[in-house]
Design a protein around this ligand. Sequence first.
Ligand code: NAD
Ligand code: UDP
Ligand code: UDP
Length: 313
Amino acid sequence: MKRILVSGGAGFLGSHLCDKLLAEGHEVLCVDNFFTGSRRNIYHLLDNKRFELLRHDVTHPLYVEVDEIYNLACPASPIHYQFDPVQTTKTSVIGAMNMLGLAKRLKIKVLQASTSEIYGDPEIHPQPESYRGNVNTLGPRACYDEGKRCAETLFFDYHRQHGVAIKVMRIFNTYGPRMHPNDGRVVSNFIVQALKGQDITIYGDGKQTRSFCYVDDNIEGMYKLMNSRAGFTGPVNIGNPGEFTMLELAQLVIELTNSKSKLVFMPLPQDDPLQRKPVIDLAKKELDWEPKIPLREGLIKTISYFDQILKEG
Ligand code: NAD
Ligand code: UDP
Ligand code: UDP
């Protein structure tokens, strides 16, 4: 049994990770400032004797004693990370530095939740880990993209300079229960709009693509990466290579919810990547991992979650 720190543990992915680590028999220290996370995501864990919650902002130093760190703290949806862009960069960069400083002092392993946004609006399709990306340093997404890129740099420099054991995971669009209903990301937006009978908001012509991974597959990949062979640092892509246009996603959500919602077209946000799809050969080889849950099946589970929370009000 290990004592494991999960930063961003009250968020969408973080709360599922806490569930997984507790199920594996570990103790969890969940650290979150509740910027985009919610107590609701972890209510069910508050009585668990192996679960501890700490309200803390990772841009401030943290002195605790743990055996492993998963660093997930950072808003992930464009609406939220662009709300206070300076804070987003601080969270990614200073937050990473503090988690790395902690890992260095304790001589423990630390995993970074990086992102496919590292690749920006990619000129290579699909994206292997070796692709260096196409990010606009000046645009509205840069606070997140460049923050995450700098965090990767810090991870590799702490590894080379201080011998910190690191695992870097590049997460592609992931969805599932506990996404925030007002999160602004496409899957939660479309499902909530369809369930409420509101117009479905397609940005641009809807022909841009994304690859959507169900949360359980993501968490399995994250756990396998943390426990992968010593010396394997990544970066490794974790995502589902199934690629869909936003129009296809909207149609599928309408079908699965039996909704009468109509599509409306709105301007495409600046620097919105036109296409995205992971190459996952490295994850298959090193982690013996690949996603198991197809989009239709994952959407059915996610729709039933949103249906329930919308009824609860
Ligand atoms: P989320 O917004 O639901 O979770 C992020 C959590 O971090 C929230 O609980 C939030 O309150 C917390 N947080 C934010 N700033 C903090 C700070 N300064 N100090 C402490 N806590 C802070 O998002 P998520 O989808 O669960 O994403 C988790 C991680 O995975 C993020 O690092 C994100 O960049 C990464 N990621 C997610 C996706 C995805 O599709 N979900 C894709 C790529 C990368
Ligand atoms: N840090 C922390 N917890 C620790 C050890 C370090 O929060 O247990 C922070 C520390 O405050 C510093 C950062 O992590 O700002 C980086 O630590 P490092 O040891 O690399 O930097 P230094 O203290 O040498 O500046
Ligand atoms: N999108 C959309 N309608 C929405 C929300 C998003 O068409 O209501 C589009 C968005 O422009 C992008 C894609 O869906 O092309 C994925 O957006 P999301 O914010 O979920 O993730 P990211 O752009 O970070 O991959």
